[in-house]
Design a protein around this ligand. Structure first.
Ligand SMILES: [Zn+2]
Length: 179
């Protein structure tokens, strides 16, 4: 279990009343006495798209904090009501200009280093894409490019570094099998 804390709200989002702390079975929770609302923190979710072609992986360079200027897999938060697969298809289109042909769940991590949504789930998908022309999302990213996972650029997010190591060892294994 990760040692992460959810946002600590002081006021009720429905009536604006001051929240008190109340025992709820074995946990302490924020509670509004005025409208009887109890705050159950939500765990967020995001996706990251692992797009590999000819031994190279597609990455984008972050324009904003956190980890501004480092590289990552095309990623984004899951919108309310979206299935993570739908998020992956949308984010791939927005951040690369490519269309998704197929996608497959690769791994799930809990974010250890994103202060925006502490401890959120990151669904990594392997995405097979259609199209050859990359289109950078200038609002989100400074650049987009293909990299050999064994020789990656500077990557900020811990989970993305882990996935790169997995991809690099896959390539090494394939090379050994081929030789
Ligand atoms: Zn209230």
């Amino acid at each position: 279990m990760l040692n992460v804390k959810p946002p600590d709200y002081r006021f009720c989002p429905f009536c604006g009343g001051l929240l008190i702390t109340k025992a709820d079975t074995d946990r302490l929770r924020r509670h509004c006495d005025a409208c009887q609302w109890t705050y159950y923190p939500h765990v967020g979710a995001s996706i990251s798209a692992v797009i590999v072609r000819d031994g190279k992986v597609l990455m984008v360079k972050r324009r904003h904090e956190p980890f501004k200027g480092t590289w990552m897999f095309p990623s984004g938060f899951v919108e309310f009501g979206e299935h993570p697969e739908e998020t992956a298809i949308r984010e791939v289109q927005e951040e690369t200009g490519l269309e998704t042909e197929t996608l497959q769940l690769f791994d799930v991590f809990q974010s250890e280093d994103d202060p925006r949504r502490p401890g959120h789930f990151i669904f990594f998908y392997r995405v097979k894409t259609i199209g050859d022309t990359l289109r950078n999302d200038d609002d989100e990213n400074e650049d987009i490019d293909w990299f050999d996972p064994r020789n990656p650029p500077e990557v900020g997010w811990k989970s993305h570094r882990r996935v790169l190591i997995q991809l690099a060892s896959e390539i090494d294994r394939k090379l050994q099998e081929g030789s």
